[in-house]
Design a protein around this ligand. Structure first.
Ligand SMILES: [Cu+2]
Length: 126
């Protein structure tokens, strides 16, 4: 007896619907790469990140006891999470082209205190 696996169209539609929702049910399959970053007072780890061009999801965990944020700036774009509460995790998904970007914390003077980093986006592999 041969077991036949029939692709279920309904499941695909459900997955697409879930991916469209903001929040916990985000589907990482829709992104080129996922990057996990830890924010402390006052640094990001890692502070030097290299990713391929495409849709990149940054997942930032605030491991500090003060509010931090996360911003990506460069190549004419600027996207941020203004505030991530202590102990919380938030994500920012951006489409990045090849080039050099800066990451930093937009809260108060955290950038000057050292919450900066470099993001290198390499040409997407065909
Ligand atoms: Cu900060």
């Amino acid at each position: 007896m041969i077991a036949t696996r029939v692709p279920t169209r309904g499941a695909a539609i459900l997955a697409a619907a879930l991916a469209a929702c903001e929040g916990a049910a985000e589907d990482d399959g829709a992104v080129t790469e996922r990057v996990e970053i830890e924010a402390t007072s006052y640094a990001y780890s890692p502070a030097t990140i290299t990713v391929p061009a495409g849709r990149i999801r940054f997942v930032i965990h605030n491991a500090a006891d003060v509010v931090h944020g996360f911003e990506v700036e460069g190549q004419g774009m600027e996207e941020e999470i203004a505030e991530i509460q202590p102990g919380a995790t938030d994500s920012l998904t951006v489409t990045l082209e090849e080039g050099t970007y800066e990451i930093y914390c937009p809260v108060e003077d955290h950038e000057q205190r050292g919450m900066i980093g470099t993001l290198e986006v390499e040409a997407a592999t065909p």
